[in-house]
Design a protein around this ligand. Structure first.
Ligand code: GLN
Length: 326
């Protein structure tokens, strides 16, 4: 077993498994993979970032990492992809760890009900974004990181490498550069918030770190590994480092539950019922506290920027296993 489970969590997850759940994960993954293959060809690869438009649309992979140390995977689970907005969870965790409750004076904790790159609410809400997962909120957390770390890009890399237990993870500079060239809405958001004094650093410096974090290349196995600390009371199970307090980890999960998929969050809660985070690279990660994390990748998206197959696969996962947080 690659890591030690916290004993309290062990007991709780064992209790949970007394309910009638199916934990034959490998077989379930295989079934899900086959049942969702017909979704290929539906949906659309994100093309507003030119480098993402070149991704092969037929990629499809799923990986599960359990707290008891088992990994299950199917399809292209070891092909790295651009994690895009999934990176927002990592940067939020880094700044929440350092700033604690102070962070919430800069960014809210409510769903926005609008698309991930919307500017609309900022005007009436004085430049305070609704939550840390819409682009405006993530730009604020990235700005916070710039204020507390001298070398934010290398700090993010170390953080994600540690969480995923993979020292080879890196940025894709080509994707970061491509997004920079077309990132007009993000530039508008950060400038607009600077006008409200809710961005403290140079706008280009904030955008540069933001585009880099979005360009991080991880595969489904890496991401399932990297999100496991949120299933483990904030403790990185690979090295027992405390990333967040148990209370902070619960709060990050709560935010993913209500805002992790932007204006698709209600649908995701309704059909999947887990805290989750999507990215326009086609990845979706979900967490079952005290038990496991799961990542699905398929680059074809619905109109909210959620992976079409990803959402369906996770719906089937909670249905077939019978595992629920509710
Ligand atoms: N880098 C993307 C953007 O800022 C991230 C969006 C997403 O994954 N939802 O537009």
């Amino acid at each position: 077993m690659p890591f030690v489970q916290r004993s309290g969590l062990n007991i709780r997850s064992r209790n949970r498994l007394h309910f009638s759940v199916n934990t034959n994960y490998q077989q379930i993954l295989q079934e899900i993979y086959e049942e969702t293959l017909p979704l290929k060809g539906q949906g659309k690869v994100a093309d507003y970032i030119p480098a993402l438009a070149n991704v092969f649309p037929g990629h499809y992979g799923i990986a599960i990492q359990t707290l008891s140390g088992e990994t299950f995977q199917v399809g292209d689970a070891e092909v790295p992809f651009s994690i895009q907005s999934i990176s927002k969870v990592f940067v939020l965790s880094m700044v929440f760890k350092e700033l604690g409750e102070e962070l919430w004076s800069r960014v809210g904790r409510e769903p926005s009900g609008s698309s991930f790159n919307s500017l609309i609410l900022l005007e009436t809400e004085n430049g305070i974004p609704r939550n840390p997962f819409i682009n405006a909120g993530a730009l604020v957390t990235t700005d916070c990181l710039l204020s507390i770390k001298k070398e934010p890009c290398s700090e993010i890399l170390q953080f994600v490498r540690g969480l995923s237990n993979n020292p080879t993870i890196n940025y894709n500079n080509h994707i970061a550069e491509s997004e920079k060239k077309t990132g007009f809405r993000n530039a508008a958001l950060v400038n607009f918030m600077k006008g409200f004094d809710n961005i403290k650093n140079d706008v280009d410096a904030v955008l540069d770190v933001y585009f880099h974090q979005c360009s991080l290349m991880l595969n489904c196995v890496d991401l399932a590994h990297a999100f496991l600390f949120l299933a483990n009371g904030g403790v990185n199970p690979w090295n027992q480092e405390s990333i967040l307090t148990a209370s902070q980890a619960k709060r990050v999960n709560a935010l993913m539950q209500v805002c992790g998929l932007y204006d698709d969050s209600g649908e995701f809660a309704f059909t999947v019922g887990l805290p989750g985070k999507s990215g326009v690279g086609g990845g979706v990660v979900a967490v079952i506290p005290n038990l496991l994390s799961i990542c699905v990748w398929s680059p074809q998206l619905n109109k909210h920027g959620t992976s079409l197959a990803g959402m369906k696969a996770l719906e089937l996962f909670t249905t077939k296993t019978g595992i629920s947080i509710f």
